[in-house]
Write a protein that binds this ligand. Structure first.
Ligand code: SAM
Length: 196
């Protein structure tokens, strides 16, 4: 029996459902969770019932690895430890999710731009990008400009109110001095015009 976490009460689950509503008739079989965790992996297993999911985590990120291995039991899930900024994924995917991944780029010594570019290099037909709107480390204007210039089409862009805002009190890095409250999430459904 397949086991994964019930995410139905979360805003991330509701947002994912809205963002991927237009993909109902697409044949989504191969999926990559670029920056995985139990929430995103469970959402993908739940909504893409016929898909296999490669769950990418930063090497040695046991915060994510242990729950992925202990709380999920599915032979459709494949946990992969890989630095997305250093190794390129050769496999072709139907769908790529980056849920709250970009905001963590700096935690592992990468720049936001580098991680974002490497994620968009993944050969996936569709992407969902989803991150905290107030996070000063995530440059949404840059994301939209890059997508426009590099052969991607934003099919849906939507901001979601976070019913349980959290305060992020720490100065993350010198360059980013702002504290912030996670009041909203911004999500994009993107079609990659560079692949068939
Ligand atoms: C905040 S967590 C994402 C949460 C997850 N999507 C969920 O729903 O539970 C950020 C994820 O991005 C991964 N990550 C950050 N930088 C990475 C990199 N350079 N290469 C691969 N994974 C990375 C971390 O290991 C972690 O799995």
């Amino acid at each position: 029996m397949e086991k994964f976490v019930d995410t139905s009460h979360t805003i991330h689950d509701k947002a994912f459902k809205v963002l991927t509503g237009k993909l109902k008739n697409e044949n989504i079989k191969k999926v990559v969770d670029a920056g995985s965790g139990v929430t995103s992996a469970s959402i993908l297993l739940k909504y893409f019932k016929d898909a296999s999911v490669d769950a990418i985590i930063y090497p040695g990120d046991n915060r994510k690895k242990n729950p992925l291995e202990n709380d999920i039991g599915s032979n459709r899930l494949n946990v992969v430890e890989l630095d997305l900024t250093k190794s390129c994924l050769r496999k072709k995917y139907d769908f790529c999710l980056a849920l709250l991944t970009l905001g963590e780029a700096l935690n592992f010594g990468n720049s936001f731009e580098n991680l974002f570019h490497r994620i968009m290099d993944i050969k996936a037909r569709y992407f969902v990008l989803y991150d905290i709107w107030e996070d000063p480390c995530v440059h949404f204007r840059y994301i939209e400009q890059y997508l426009k210039e590099k052969g991607f089409k934003i099919i849906l862009k939507k901001k979601f109110r976070n019913p349980h805002p959290e305060h992020y009190p720490k100065v993350k890095y010198d360059k980013y001095k702002l504290e912030f409250d996670s009041k909203h999430y911004m999500g994009y459904l993107i079609k990659n015009l560079n692949v068939e």
